[in-house]
Design a protein around this ligand. Structure first.
Ligand SMILES: C[S@@+](CC[C@H](N)C(=O)[O-])C[C@H]1O[C@@H](n2cnc3c(N)ncnc32)[C@H](O)[C@@H]1O
Length: 181
């Protein structure tokens, strides 16, 4: 997982543009692009070099906040391909599974990847999350999201002989998956 702790926004970063609590989205900063909302037009070039958390005003009085992408915010803006877990349940799951830095976690199904991103941050910097979904299109979309956000790094790894610390199953009839898990 690579959450950026760089304090300033750069060209090419994926950031969260926050208008109000129910209006925010992930935007890739591109120096030649603009963001248009119902209030105004904002030029991305004005954002570059600004610290995360900055408020940006337009000439016509509109404003927005530029926030760093975190698992919490990603959960609020991601595209729902399935039902997802939200932060209250995610916190509970991570506490109860005792997921800490260095843990190996196995998750199925990946779904929309909401929980996966928080698992990935919780096991940083030496842990690893294995996430599986039998729905090919969903798995492919989740992989694209993980690559785009950088919150989860997709890897290739031989897990034979590895013991995982935690298993989380968010799928129908999870008890049937326990022997194979
Ligand atoms: C409710 S979603 C998981 C949501 C996820 N926890 C999140 O926060 O985004 C359940 C997922 O389990 C997958 N699934 C269901 N049965 C499965 C199985 N037997 N093996 C692998 N994946 C399965 C579905 O394709 C679906 O994407």
């Amino acid at each position: 997982m690579k959450i950026s702790f760089n304090l300033c926004i750069r060209d090419g970063y994926l950031i969260i543009v926050y208008e109000r609590h129910d209006t925010m989205k992930a935007v890739k900063v591109c120096k030649n692009s603009v963001l248009q909302n119902r209030f105004s037009v904002f030029e991305h070039s004005d954002w570059i070099g600004k610290p995360f958390g900055s408020i940006i005003f337009s000439n016509s009085g509109g404003f927005l906040y530029l926030l760093a992408l975190t698992p919490e915010l990603w959960t609020l803006v991601l595209i729902h391909r399935t039902q997802i877990l939200y932060i209250a349940d995610i916190s509970f799951v991570i506490m109860y599974l005792e997921v800490v830095p260095g843990c190996l976690v196995l998750e199925s199904g990946t779904g929309s990847g909401s929980l996966t991103t928080s698992f990935a941050r919780a096991v940083e910097p030496t842990g690893y999350v294995y996430t599986f979904d039998f729905h090919e299109q969903r798995a492919a979309s989740a992989r694209e999201d993980f690559e785009m956000t950088g919150i989860v790094t997709m890897g290739v790894r031989d897990i034979l002989g590895e013991l995982v610390d935690s298993v989380f199953l968010d799928l129908p009839q999870p008890w049937l998956a326990i022997p194979s898990a």
